[in-house]
Design a protein around this ligand. Structure first.
Ligand code: MG
Ligand code: MG
Length: 245
């Protein structure tokens, strides 16, 4: 699972390094798929419930599951979220990042930073004896006091020999029993955080999730293994930092 997730991490790092105003989101999808195939992995989103591309590309008010398009060009001031998944030797990897194209205003910058911080805090809760709700609470308690909202309609998930496994990992505290975390679990933790309302809707393409008020959204995701020593971030991008620039 580390190897699968490192292919995802390498792909996201490469895309962040090359993404710039004028590129189409279709080009990003092509680059992701080519690197994935070179690494002998299979793009996991392509064909998943009929999803037509390898990469999910979500701009600005798009929250998740945006479809790459030849018609959609990146522009300065955009917030770009890219989510990528692969299957490698029977195991899955899944990770996402959001970043700015060119200059963005302070509020959008704070949205990106807060969402990234929320993921880091959530990962620190991946400890034997904790529960899923501790992950959820870490996100919610960081995000809401800063004036942003937590998407409720979509959640994180377990991952392994399938892309989406139990348990569900909400980014907000919900009622009821919450599963206890156990050594050996691998969790895809993915806060989706909005500038305005938490409410979202799905566009007529059947995939693209957008905020109901058209304000911006950010999304970060890591696949994290629970080891005896605590969380191990399988999709960490450390070894790819500074490359491709
Ligand atoms: Mg993902
Ligand atoms: Mg996921």
């Amino acid at each position: 699972m580390f190897e699968a997730n490192q292919i995802v991490a390498e792909t996201l790092s490469m895309l962040q390094a090359v993404a710039e105003a004028g590129m189409t989101t279709f080009e990003l999808d092509r680059l992701a798929e080519e690197l994935c195939l070179r690494r002998k992995a299979r793009p996991a989103f392509k064909g998943y419930s009929g999803f037509p591309a390898s990469l999910c590309v979500s701009l600005n008010e798009q929250v998740v599951h945006g479809i790459p398009s030849r018609k959609c060009k990146l522009r300065n001031g955009d917030i770009l979220s890219i989510d990528f998944g692969v299957e490698y030797q029977g195991f899955f990897g899944d990770s996402a990042i959001s970043f700015a194209i060119g200059q963005i205003d302070d509020q959008r910058q704070r949205l990106l930073q807060t969402t990234d911080e929320a993921l880091t805090l959530a990962i620190s809760q991946v400890q034997v004896g904790k529960r899923i709700v501790d992950i959820s609470r870490a996100v919610q308690d960081h995000v809401e006091p800063r004036g942003f909202s937590v998407v409720r309609q979509f959640v994180g998930h377990g991952i392994g020999r399938s892309l989406h496994e139990g348990p569900e990992i909400p980014n907000y505290v919900s009622e009821g029993q919450s599963p206890r975390l156990q050594e050996g679990m691998v969790l895809a933790i993915e806060p989706m955080i909005n500038l305005g309302t938490e409410k979202v809707k799905v566009l007529r393409d059947g995939w693209t999730v957008v905020t109901a008020d058209k304000k911006c959204s950010a999304h970060f995701e890591h696949s994290v293994a629970l080891t005896a020593d605590g969380p191990l971030v399988l999709s960490n991008r450390e070894q790819f930092m500074g490359r491709n620039k």
